[in-house]
Design a protein around this ligand. Structure first.
Ligand code: BG6
Length: 299
């Protein structure tokens, strides 16, 4: 079968399979299985909450305390941050895309066994403040997880200025033992020190306190080396100039109602997007395509 329908339970010929379910909090979700991996995606936020390769621990961290409720953000997985990153006066942090139920437009098992699902952000009252645009998100599942967030500015006259970010929470054995490579020499804004501008001096970033950094003007791939899980995660990106690294550590974890007090030990966010001075200025009629590939191997 080349293309799937979007209603009902449907099994696709071996090996790609998509099952429609009621997920946690009665939110609609999809379970995907391929010859290499399993994944779970909620329509709310087009939110990938789970990806696991056979014979590996889950790639994505999901908080045991996450809310699963209409209009509330899910804590973990891959929140889609759009059209702004961080706080905005009178509005929700990180935009509204992660809070809305997206439409599943299509799912397509490829002959190689991959499964792709294409979502579209519906028109929302919040979107009326921005130029008319089409926002689509394609999630492809095989032995890796590939994500593509495409924004088309439909206005004939107005530039569309926005931020985007695939706010990926990775599962790690113990964050204190993890090294993040690929950001040496990159300028970053240190949000923990009131957005102080700094330059990364370390070949391998280690985490031993709260970290909240926006690395700017970097298109490079990053790697997360995790000796406890004996795993190397690779984050490759395209049309992304910012990488955000975040771990809330102890005090912030305790303040977050949807995050366990000790869960900071098992996660690290390495986020790919275009934020702060890397925001996108999209001319009328043009499209931007943020692509991220997450893969892992034993180390
Ligand atoms: C990160 C930000 O991307 O997301 C942090 O840099 C923020 O400052 C974190 O705390 C989590 O945000 P939220 O809105 O999901 O709690």
């Amino acid at each position: 079968m080349a293309n799937g329908k979007t209603e009902g339970n449907l099994e696709i010929a071996n090996p790609g399979k998509v099952t429609f379910l009621e997920g946690r909090g009665e939110l609609p979700m999809m379970e995907v299985s391929t010859a290499w991996s399993t994944a779970e995606i909620y329509l709310q936020g087009a939110h990938v909450t789970h990806f696991r390769k056979k014979n590996e621990p889950p790639l994505l961290f999901l908080s045991q305390c996450s809310r699963f409720a209409a209009g509330q953000p899910i804590r973990g997985g891959i929140p889609v941050v759009f059209p702004w990153f961080g706080p905005r006066e009178g509005m929700n942090q990180h935009g509204f895309a992660r809070l809305k139920e997206w439409e599943l437009k299509e799912f397509a098992p490829a002959p190689d066994g991959s499964v792709s699902l294409r979502f579209r952000l519906p028109e929302t009252p919040e979107g009326a403040a921005f130029p008319s645009c089409t926002v689509e998100y394609v999630v492809t599942i095989n032995d890796a997880l590939q994500l593509e967030l495409a924004v088309t500015n439909n206005s004939k006259t107005e530039e569309f200025v926005f931020e985007n970010c695939l706010h990926t929470y990775f599962e790690v054995g113990d964050v204190r033992d993890v090294s993040i490579k690929g950001l040496k020499g990159i300028t970053y804004l240190d949000k923990v020190e009131n957005f102080a501008r700094k330059s990364e001096t370390d070949d391998a970033i280690r985490i031993s306190s709260e970290v909240d950094r926006i690395y700017l003007n970097t298109a490079d791939a990053t790697e997360i080396l995790d000796p406890r899980l004996a795993r190397k995660i690779r984050v490759e990106k395209h049309a992304s100039l910012s990488t955000v690294v975040w771990n809330p550590w102890i005090a912030k974890a305790q303040q977050m109602p949807d995050f366990g007090n000790e869960e900071f030990e098992r996660m690290i966010c390495v986020e790919s997007g275009n934020v702060s001075s890397n925001q996108i200025r999209l001319p009328p009629g043009e499209s931007s395509r943020l692509k991220v590939k997450l893969s892992s191997s034993a180390m």
